[in-house]
Design a protein around this ligand. Structure first.
Ligand SMILES: *Cc1c(COP(=O)(O)O)cnc(C)c1O
Length: 420
């Protein structure tokens, strides 16, 4: 097994909000990154599902370089062609349901946009007594970002500690339990928000029946169906959108994205359907009109150019096919090992979670099993992030090669075998 020397980099002036792995990365190319001592690593973390084309893909680098020398930023007070073109590509080629896009800079911001839309909807379609509806139902183990809106929607207590009072109007239900969800719908409920595949919370997949059931409940109770595709969207799950890989026929009302859509350049977005919300034909997307929302940086020409290059490369190289083929290869290889320490492989496409049985090896005190194993993988030359306490995520670039998958899996197997 290859081993790499790992050493920490003291960051005394950076706020210590992250427990970082002890390595300093300085360069990347394709599926690999290099540390400051010149050691290379296979990167199956990809900035947490961000670098969808790997590191420094020539097409993206060239597009950014050229746009940076032409026009970096103006303001949303003016039109720019890149923003309109990206919105058109997203609506026509990816969502394929008429609607409008708002550009933000991150996933949490995009989700705040969904939450604000739900509140506007609750005002436009109030309760029987005229009081606005406001509540958003989401799910335990979900993750929706770190703004106050994002942590309120997130179904994990650890992100909320010490930040109360939080914005009101959120409740969390167990994923894939339709009866519990239906029982929870109250007069004040306005929307249901979910990740088709929960990423941070452990790679938990919403079942097709559940997704169909949620969509039916939304119709029955006049609720908005909000999908958080921040981690799953734009090819990560082998389809333009993960919901289509699970239950293609359902029609969401709103979707948020970030992570992979910029390939490493920061950009987020949300889409609102043009569907009518009342008998007069008022479009849902019209609820967020002039003055309702804004951002200084969102949708600047540089970010939109970067995203256009990423989406064009995914489409032209048919990377969705590679994603599905590599998922199959990973599943087959891991199954063939028959390692007792591996409990299961969850997820779809190249958003895969490998469950590990922490009773099969010794975990140092104070460490979560998955984070401990990820540290061992790093020492062996493979970057992978944890997802929840006992799941290792595999998030290779969408254009990862057979040889790179084989190399990563051989390291993965060697590390897990040496533990148990
Ligand atoms: C990462 C993530 C977010 C937050 O995105 P940021 O860009 O970090 O704000 C929200 N939802 C999901 C599903 C995510 O994976």
């Amino acid at each position: 097994m290859k081993t790499a020397s790992v050493r920490p980099f003291p960051m005394s002036h950076v706020l210590s909000t992250y427990a970082r792995f002890p390595v300093t990365l300085v360069r990347g190319e394709g599926s690999r990154v290099w540390d400051d001592a010149g050691k290379s690593y296979l990167d199956f973390c990809t900035g947490i599902a961000v670098c969808s084309l790997g590191h420094c893909p020539p097409r993206l680098v060239e597009a950014i370089r050229e746009q940076a020398g032409t026009l970096l930023h103006v303001s949303n007070l003016y039109f720019t062609p890149q923003q309109e073109e990206l919105a058109r590509v997203i609506v026509e080629d990816h969502v394929k349901i008429p609607g409008k896009v708002f550009f933000a800079n991150s996933g949490a911001e995009a989700n705040d946009g969904l939450i604000k839309t739900a509140r506007r909807f609750g005002h436009a379609k109030p309760q029987a007594d005229g009081a606005p509806r406001y509540e958003v139902l989401s799910f335990t183990k979900s993750f929706h970002g770190r703004t106050l809106g994002g942590i309120s929607a997130t179904g994990q207590d650890k992100v909320k500690e010490g930040f109360d009072p939080l914005p009101q109007g959120f409740r969390h239900l167990p994923l894939n339990d339709l009866a519990a969800l239906e029982a929870a719908i109250a007069p004040e409920t306005a929307a249901i928000l979910l990740e088709p595949v929960q990423g941070e919370g452990g790679v938990n997949v919403a079942t097709p029946e559940f997704l169909r059931g949620v969509a039916a409940l939304c119709k029955k109770h006049d609720l908005l169906l909000l999908l958080d595709e921040v981690q799953t969207g734009f090819g990560r799950c082998g389809q333009a959108m993960a919901w289509r890989a699970l239950a293609a026929e359902i029609e969401p009302d709103a979707i948020s994205w970030a992570k992979g859509m910029g390939g490493g350049f920061p950009i987020g977005a949300f889409w609102l359907s043009d569907r009518a919300i009342d008998d007069a034909g008022k479009a849902l997307s019209s609820l967020m009109g002039p003055g309702s929302h804004g951002t200084t940086y969102g949708g600047n020409p540089l970010a939109c150019t970067a995203s256009l290059a990423v989406l064009a490369e995914i489409a032209e190289k048919d990377l969705n096919s590679n994603v599905l083929r590599q998922e199959q290869r990973i599943r087959e290889q891991i199954a063939s090992w028959e390692l007792p320490v591996i409990t299961e492989v969850r997820g779809i496409g190249l958003l895969l979670g490998v469950g590990i049985d922490a009773t099969k090896f010794a975990v140092p005190e104070g460490k979560l099993p998955a984070a401990f194993v990820c540290g061992k993988m790093l020492e062996a030359g493979l970057l992978v992030p944890p997802a929840g306490p006992d799941t290792i995520r595999l998030l290779p670039p969408l254009n990862v090669s057979d040889a790179e998958i084989d190399e990563a899996l051989s390291t993965f197997k060697a590390v897990l075998s040496s533990l148990s």
